[in-house]
Design a protein around this ligand. Structure first.
Ligand SMILES: Nc1nc2c(ncn2[C@@H]2O[C@H](COP(=O)(O)OP(=O)(O)OP(=O)(O)O)[C@@H](O)[C@H]2O)c(=O)[nH]1
Ligand SMILES: [Mg+2]
Length: 400
C-alpha cells in the first residue's frame, strides 16, 4: 500500500488585461473598453472514501491547474482557468513546502489559488487620463512542493465528561493499564490502544474531556475518521441533558454518519431508566464496576465493519498560499546600485509587462504613473543618475 508521495503543484497564471477603445462615429477613440484577464485555476483536494492509498500518483509528479484567459475588447473579461481537483483518501495529511500541514478528512480543501487576472485599460481611466494605454499582465501562478501521507486514525473513540469511566472502559476493552481514578482530569492527553480480535485489531482512543478542559480541544482532529463513538455518562437524573450537551459539543468533530454506543456508568446508584435517542441494544449499563465486555467488543467490531452512510462533504476553503492581493500603491520599493534600479513593486511590474511601452504615448502615461506614485521623487532622493537602467521585472527602460 502506497502511503506517501511527493508532488509538485503549479497553479495557472492569471490572464492579461487588454487595451482597446470603443469605436465611435466621430471620435477616433471612444472610451477605453479593454477587459480584465481571468484568474488562474485553483488546486483543490477532495476526500474520496473509495480510494485507500496513493498508488495513482507518481513520485514527483507535476500537477497543474489551468491558466486564466486574457481580457478582450468590448469589456470582454477572460475566462477563469480550470480548477484542478485532486482526489485523495480520507485522512491524507498534506505538508506544504515542508512546513504547514493540512489534514483532508470530510472537507474539500482549496490549497492553492491561481494567479489573479490583470486589469484591462478600462480600469486605468481617471479624470486626468481619459485614454489609458496601460493594462496589467496576469499574476503568475505558484509552484509548491507538497508531501502527501495517509494517516491511520482511530476508528473508535471514547467520549465523556471527566470521571465518567472512559479509561475504565478502555482498559476493559484493550487490557491496557492506563491510569483510572475516582477524581476529575486523570486523563489530559489522549490514550490510544488496540482492541484485539481474531480478524483484525481496531484502534481506539480515549479523548480527554474537552468540554471542561478546553486545552484538550486540540486533540479533536483525531476524531476525524471515527466510525463508532462510545459515549460514557455517569447515570443520574440529568443523563438526558448531559447526553444532549455532549452531542452538541461533538457536532462537526466526528463524521455525521458515525454509530453511537452509550455506556451508563454507576448504574447501581439509580434506578431511573434511560430515555435517550439511541437504539436500545446499543446502551450498556455498568453495575458495581461490571460490564458485559464480550458483548460490547462484538458490537464495536460489527459497527466498524459497516460501510458508512454517505454524507456529502461540506466545502471548506483553506488557503495556504495566496498570491498577494495588491491594493493601491505601496511605498516606493526598489534597489539602486551600479547604475541599475530594480523595482520590486509587483503592481508596477505587472503594468510594465502588460502595456505596450514601445508607444511613446503609453510611455508618457507610465511616466505619469511613476510620478504620481512617488517614484520619480524617490529616484531623485536616492541619487539615481540620468541614463540609469530601470528594471520592472523583464521590462527595462532608461531613466531620462
Ligand atoms: N462504582 C462504580 N465505579 C466505577 C464505575 N465505572 C467506573 N468506575 C470508577 O470510576 C472512576 C473514574 O473512572 P475513569 O475511567 O478514570 O474516568 P474517566 O472518564 O477516564 O475520567 P478522566 O480521565 O479523569 O476524565 C474509576 O476509579 C473507575 O474504576 C461504575 O459503574 N461503578
Ligand atoms: Mg481517563
Amino acid at each position: 500500500m502506497k502511503t506517501k508521495v511527493k508532488l509538485i503543484l503549479i497553479t495557472g497564471d492569471g490572464g492579461d488585461g487588454w487595451v482597446s477603445f470603443r469605436k465611435e462615429k466621430f471620435a477616433p477613440r471612444g472610451g477605453p473598453d479593454g477587459g480584465d484577464g481571468g484568474n488562474g485555476g485553483d488546486i483543490v483536494f477532495r476526500p474520496n472514501r473509495n480510494i485507500w492509498d496513493l498508488r495513482s500518483f507518481e513520485e514527483d509528479q507535476v500537477l497543474k491547474s489551468g491558466d486564466g484567459g486574457n481580457g478582450g475588447k468590448s469589456k470582454k473579461n477572460g475566462k477563469k482557468g480550470e480548477d484542478l481537483i485532486i482526489d485523495v483518501p480520507v485522512n491524507t495529511l498534506i505538508k506544504v513546502s515542508g512546513k504547514e500541514t493540512v489534514v483532508i478528512n470530510n472537507k474539500y480543501v482549496t490549497l492553492l489559488r491561481g494567479g489573479d487576472g490583470g486589469r484591462g485599460n478600462r480600469t486605468f481611466k481617471n479624470s486626468t487620463n481619459q485614454e489609458p494605454l496601460l493594462a496589467e499582465s496576469g499574476g503568475g501562478g505558484v509552484r509548491v512542493g507538497v508531501e502527501l501521507e495517509i494517516k491511520d486514525l482511530p476508528e473508535v473513540a471514547l467520549f465523556g465528561l471527566s470521571n465518567s469511566g472512559k479509561t475504565y472502559i478502555l482498559n476493559k476493552l484493550t487490557n491496557m493499564a492506563a491510569k483510572e481514578a475516582d477524581y476529575s482530569f486523570t486523563t489530559t492527553t489522549p490514550n490510544i490502544a488496540e482492541i484485539k480480535s481474531d480478524i483484525e485489531n481496531i484502534k481506539i482512543i480515549e479523548i480527554p474531556d474537552f468540554i471542561n478542559y478546553k486545552k484538550a480541544s486540540k486533540y479533536a482532529h483525531l476524531l476525524a475518521d471515527i466510525k463508532v463513538l462510545v459515549v460514557t455518562i455517569n447515570h443520574n437524573d440529568n443523563t438526558k441533558e448531559v447526553y444532549e450537551q455532549m452531542m452538541q459539543n461533538i457536532t462537526g468533530k466526528t463524521p455525521a454518519s458515525c454509530a453511537k454506543i452509550l455506556i451508563l456508568n454507576r448504574f447501581e446508584e439509580t434506578t431511573k431508566e434511560p430515555i435517550l435517542d439511541i437504539e436500545q441494544d446499543r446502551v450498556f449499563c455498568v453495575i458495581d464496576g461490571k460490564i458485559d465486555v464480550g458483548k460490547l467488543k462484538s458490537l464495536i467490531a460489527k459497527l466498524t465493519k459497516e460501510p458508512p452512510k454517505e454524507t456529502a462533504p461540506s466545502v471548506q476553503e483553506v488557503f495556504i498560499h495566496e498570491p498577494p492581493i495588491i491594493k493601491g500603491f505601496e511605498r516606493p520599493n526598489f534597489s539602486y546600485s551600479g547604475g541599475v534600479v530594480e523595482i520590486f513593486d509587483n503592481k508596477l511590474v505587472r503594468i510594465a509587462k502588460g502595456s505596450n511601452l514601445s508607444k511613446p504615448e503609453a510611455q508618457l502615461q507610465f511616466h505619469n504613473l511613476l510620478n504620481k506614485s512617488g517614484y520619480l521623487k524617490a529616484f531623485e532622493d536616492a541619487g539615481v543618475t540620468k541614463g540609469s537602467i530601470i528594471k520592472f521585472g523583464e521590462v527595462e527602460m532608461e531613466f531620462k
